[in-house]
Design a protein around this ligand. Structure first.
Ligand code: COA
Length: 416
C-alpha cells in the first residue's frame, strides 16, 4: 500500500495537544514527521498524568504515534545549525509555541523563507495575528471560552460550561492539517511555500457557527423557537445556554432509560425530527398524535415538548438504552445510546474499523488510542507506538550528513 503522504518531510516543533494532533494525523498518512524536543525534558506531556512511573504518559503516546523523535537544544548555536539544515531539507514546519517564541529563537518567518523559500510554516496560536489578545498563551478551555462555546454550553441556570471534546486543541490541529495540505497542493503547482496560521479561538468559533446564526435571529425577532426557553421562559439579548436541545432545529433531549438511578449513562439521545413524527408516534403507541393538530407540526409541539419527552421517558422506563435504540432504529428514528468511555473502549465495531486501536509501547505495554477517523478506500493507516525521547536523534543527524564524530560532539555539547 502506498502511503499517501510518503516523501513529505515535516519538522514537528509542537507540544501539548493542538500541534501534536495535527502532525500525528499527517504521520498516519505517511509523512516523515520528526518531532523536535528539548534534550532531557521533551514534550511536557511525556510526564503529565503518568500511570507508569518514569514512562511516557498516555497523554503523549496518544498524540505522537508514528513520529520520530530528535532531541535538539535550539537555544545553542549548534542546535540552531542542525535546525537550519533540517529546514533546508523539509517541506513543512509545524509549531505551537507561545507568541513570539520562534522569533526569539531566531527562526522568524522571514528567516525561514531565506533558508528554504519552498517551506510551509504552520503555526497554532491562541488568537490570530493582530487580535487584541494576540500576546496571550492559551490552553484548551481558554479557547473554548474565547470562541463562544462555553457561553452557549450547559444549562440556563448554571455557569458557562466547557466541553469534554477538545474543541480548542485537537480541533485546531485538524484545521491546521487542512491548511497544510492546501498549502502543499499550492506548492505542487507553484513551487512556493507559505505560512499557514490557525488560531484556537477561530477554530472553536468555526464549530459554533450555528450559535452566531442564533445571535442574529435573536437580534431580529427576540426569541429562538427551538430553545427550551421558548415559549414559557424568557430571552435576554444574548444566545442562552440550551441544555441538551438540538442545535439544528430538530428538538431533541437526553432521556432516561432503565437503570438511570444507578448508572450515570443509562440515557439515550432522542431527536424529534419533523419527518420522523409519525414513526415516533407509532413506536410509542401514540398513533392519535399523528394527525392531531395540537401535535402534528414542530411548531404545535414546541410548547409541550417536555411533556412529549416525559411520555417517551415513561415508555423507556423498562428498556435499557441499547434495547430502546434497537426498537427505535426499526422505525428509522434518529437516536443513540449515551456511551461511556468504558463502552467505547470495548465496542467491537470501533475496534474493527480501526477507530479504536491497541498499540504496543516499550515502556507501558499495550494501550488503546483513537486511530484515524478518516477512512480511505486505498489506504489503511497502521498506528505504531510514539517514539521515546531522542530515539531517532542519531539516525536523523546521520541523514542530515553529520559524521559519527560530529554526532558525538553534539551530544558532548548537550546540543542534542
Ligand atoms: N530547545 C530550546 N528551547 C526550546 C525548545 C528546544 N527544543 N523547544 C521550545 N523551547 C523554548 C522556546 O524557545 C520558548 O522559550 P522562550 O519563551 O524563552 O522564548 C519556550 O521553550 C516555550 O515557550 P512556550 O511555548 O511559550 O511554552 P509554555 O509552556 O510557557 O506555554 C503554551 C505553553 C501551550 C501555553 C504556549 O506554547 C501557547 O500558548 N501555545 C500556542 C497555543 C497552543 O498551542 N496552546 C496549547 C494547545 S494544546
Amino acid at each position: 500500500m502506498t502511503k499517501p503522504l510518503e516523501g513529505i518531510k515535516i519538522i514537528d516543533f509542537t507540544h501539548v495537544q493542538a500541534g501534536p494532533a495535527c502532525t500525528q494525523l499527517l504521520a498516519w498518512f505517511g509523512a516523515d514527521v520528526i518531532k523536535v524536543e528539548r534534550p532531557g525534558a521533551g514534550d511536557v506531556t511525556r510526564s503529565q498524568l503518568r500511570h507508569v512511573e518514569g514512562a511516557d504518559a498516555l497523554y503523549f503516546t496518544m498524540l505522537n504515534s508514528n513520529k520520530r523523535s530528535l532531541t535538539l537544544d535550539t537555544k545553542t548555536q549548534e542546535g540552531k545549525d542542525v535546525l537550519t539544515k533540517l529546514i533546508k531539507e523539509s517541506d513543512v514546519m509545524v509549531e505551537n509555541f507561545g507568541p513570539g517564541a520562534l522569533d526569539r529563537m531566531g527562526f522568524s518567518w522571514d528567516n525561514i523563507q531565506k533558508i528554504n523559500p519552498g517551506m510551509i510554516l504552520a503555526s497554532v496560536k491562541g488568537f490570530s495575528d493582530g487580535h487584541h489578545y494576540e500576546d496571550l498563551k492559551v490552553y484548551e478551555n481558554v479557547a473554548q471560552c474565547a470562541g463562544g462555546a462555553a457561553s452557549t454550553t450547559g444549562f440556563w441556570d448554571g455557569p458557562p460550561t466547557v466541553s469534554a471534546a477538545a474543541l480548542g486543541d485537537s480541533n485546531t490541529g485538524m484545521h491546521l492539517a487542512i491548511g497544510i495540505l492546501t498549502a502543499l497542493h499550492h506548492k505542487n503547482k507553484t513551487g512556493k511555500g507559505q505560512k499557514v496560521a490557525v488560531s484556537m479561538q477561530d477554530s472553536v468559533l468555526n464549530l459554533c457557527r450555528v450559535k452566531l446564526r442564533d445571535q442574529q435571529r435573536l437580534d431580529a425577532i427576540g426569541y429562538l423557537e427551538e430553545y427550551p426557553q421558548y415559549p414559557h421562559g424568557s430571552f435576554s439579548d444574548v444566545v442562552p445556554r440550551g441544555g441538551n436541545a438540538g442545535g439544528g432545529g430538530q428538538p431533541g433531549w437526553v432521556l432516561k432509560c432503565k437503570g438511570w438511578e444507578t448508572d450515570p449513562n443509562a440515557y439515550i439521545y432522542f431527536t424529534i425530527q419533523g419527518h420522523a413524527w409519525a414513526p415516533i408516534c407509532k413506536a410509542l403507541g401514540k398513533e392519535e398524535w399523528i394527525e392531531d393538530a395540537a401535535y402534528n407540526t414542530p411548531r404545535a409541539r414546541q410548547d409541550k415538548i417536555f411533556d412529549i419527552f416525559k411520555t417517551i421517558e415513561d415508555w423507556l422506563a423498562d428498556k435499557t438504552k441499547f434495547e430502546a435504540v434497537d426498537i427505535l432504529r426499526k422505525f428509522d428514528i434518529p437516536c443513540s445510546p449515551v456511551l461511556s468511555m468504558k463502552e467505547i473502549a470495548e465496542d467491537k465495531s470501533l475496534r474493527e474499523s480501526g477507530t479504536v486501536v491497541e498499540v504496543d509501547h516499550p515502556q507501558i505495554g499495550k494501550y488503546l488510542t483513537v486511530g484515524s477517523p478518516i477512512k480511505f478506500s486505498n489506504y489503511k493507516p497502521e498506528i505504531v507506538a510514539s517514539p521515546l525521547l531522542g530515539q531517532h536523534t542519531n539516525e536523523v543527524l546521520a541523514g542530515l550528513g553529520y559524521s559519527q564524530e560530529d554526532i558525538t560532539k553534539l551530544h558532548d555539547l548537550k546540543a542534542v
